[in-house]
Write a protein that binds this ligand. Structure first.
Ligand code: PHE
Length: 492
């Protein structure tokens, strides 16, 4: 069977931008910048982008295009033993998909709540109490939360719909889901910037605290943000580029993707902080007293701002709808890209047929997500995110660089992607892949282990961290190993 292909170069680039630009740009980047030195964070951020983000993006796009397989298949072509590493990345993606879609399910619920601005004057207790019905411990699951379950079903139906026809349906969808949220972000930004307090908000975001640059944790945060944001190390970019025709230019496309992604992150920072400045102004508090990161930014702080917007209820409802629809359209192409990474990997090996594989993976992802649809879902999401996302990915990154940089040969791959490219990457790329990225990731791993072994993350009881954290890490490794052991079925 011949491999499916992207309709055009621009469809591929849009889809890759769609994957990179997601919820992470809106709440992760501004929050990270704020917590790690404000404007000074841009320095480690850009250094991380150039030394690790772009080189890894090029690496992944190049091996996908060269070997025409998803992550496990491509890594296997590089080195037989590395197939398990690819499957480990895929198992990691699976866990991440399960909870990424739950956040989308919350956003679906909030589109509904926006119609009546249902959070009223206390958006915090509305979110944790009325919407999530959060229990007091991860051990008290408290049953399935029906509205969230409905949101989850809607999310998975959308994901299925977007990818059921492979690159054809993805191509049609990304024409809308990539530009639409950007337009909404700009509109929200204009509103934010024209509110009183915006300037204070922005100066909070951008005033550099140079001493932060001396803190290794700030650097670790910058690298972590770059990997998550560019969707590298999840097997997605490899899968997407495995459907590229031979003549596509990798380095210049990678630069376009990376530039678009960082610009949108920066724009989101401006939108978010100018708006937070307004809220602080209305409430007469300091911005640091407002929730500005993670789920609370989107589901607690932003709704609070919306209720305070001047112009009456209709305007508030319009902005509320715009914000949550923006989140949904931002998230959807990231969500289906992770699923597509898994589907391509399975399809390459087992040849079940694309539609059938999509349906099975969507169903499995939905079933796995049920845990997060319970009333203790947020706790498990938080714990798994901290281990499976943060820890697995950095370790996968170290191995990926070793396998490609040392076993396959950085120079060989560089010659391959430079050939016929408008932009040529020099020897510095080899140095990044072979030495700099593995060394940095190694340091981040050590810091991670040190903090997480001596402290209970967020004060959770150890047993939950063992199950949802270290336990899940082991499960993903095991699943990766088992999948690499299966024999490849014959294609039909
Ligand atoms: N890059 C996406 C974001 O910033 C998140 C994501 C990670 C998407 C991994 C797909 C895979 O939100």
């Amino acid at each position: 069977m011949s491999r499916e292909r992207w309709g055009s170069r621009s469809t591929f680039v849009l889809a890759a931008i769609g994957s990179a630009v997601g919820l992470g740009n809106v709440w992760r980047f501004p929050g990270q910048a704020f917590a790690n030195g404000g404007g000074a964070f841009l320095v480690p951020y850009f250094i991380a982008l150039i030394t690790a983000g772009i080189p890894l993006l090029v690496l992944e796009l190049a091996i996908g295009k060269k070997f025409q397989k998803g992550a496990p298949g491509s890594l296997k072509s590089v080195c037989k033993k590395a197939e398990g590493l690819g499957w480990w990345a895929i198992a990691t993606s699976f866990v991440i998909t399960a909870y990424y879609c739950i956040i989308m399910a919350w956003a679906f619920n909030y589109v509904w709540h926006s119609l009546t601005l249902a959070w009223g004057s206390d958006s915090g207790s509305y979110f944790f109490g009325n919407v999530l019905k959060l229990t007091d411990s991860p051990g008290t699951l408290g049953g399935l939360n029906i509205p969230i379950l409905i949101g989850l079903i809607l999310t998975w139906v959308c994901v299925w719909f977007c990818i059921h026809n492979g690159t054809k349906s993805v191509g049609k969808i990304v024409k809308y889901t990539v530009p639409l949220p950007i337009i909404m972000l700009v509109l929200l930004g204009i509103r934010g910037l024209t509110l009183p307090g915006a300037v204070e908000g922005l100066s909070y975001f951008l005033t550099p605290n140079w001493s932060a640059l001396l803190d290794v944790n700030v650097w670790a945060a910058a690298y972590g943000q770059i990997f998550f944001s560019l969707s590298v190390l999840f097997g997605i970019m490899i899968a997407y580029s495995s459907m590229l025709p031979k003549e596509t230019d990798i380095p210049s496309n990678a630069l376009v993707i990376a530039f678009a992604n960082s610009s949108i992150s920066f724009m989101a920072g401006i939108t978010v902080f100018s708006t937070l400045g307004y809220l602080a102004n209305v409430q007469g508090v300091n911005i640091s007293e407002l929730g500005y990161s993670g789920v609370s930014l989107a589901f607690v702080t932003y709704p609070a701002v919306i209720s305070q917007l001047p112009g009456g209820v209709v305007i508030q409802v319009i902005f509320a709808l715009m914000f949550f629809i923006m989140l949904l359209t931002l998230g959807i192409d990231s969500a289906f890209s992770i699923v597509e990474g898994i589907v391509v990997a399975i399809e390459d090996k087992f040849h079940w047929g694309k539609k059938k594989t999509v349906t099975i993976v969507c169903f499995a992802g939905f079933a796995a997500g049920l845990l997060f649809a319970t009333n203790a879902g947020l706790y498990w999401l938080d714990i798994m995110d901290h281990w499976v996302n943060d820890f697995n990915l950095i370790v996968i990154g170290v191995f990926e660089c070793i396998v490609v940089g040392w076993i396959y040969g950085a120079d060989k791959l560089r010659n391959y992607f430079n050939e016929g490219s408008e932009v040529k990457f020099g020897k510095w790329w080899n140095v990044m892949i072979k030495y700099v990225i593995p060394a940095i990731l190694f340091v981040i791993t050590v810091i991670y282990l040190k903090t997480n072994i001596s402290n209970a993350y967020e004060g959770y009881e150890m047993k939950y961290l063992l199950i949802g954290g270290w336990g899940m890490v082991l499960v993903t490794i095991l699943v990766g190993f088992i999948f690499s052991m299966f024999k490849e079925s014959k294609s039909n």
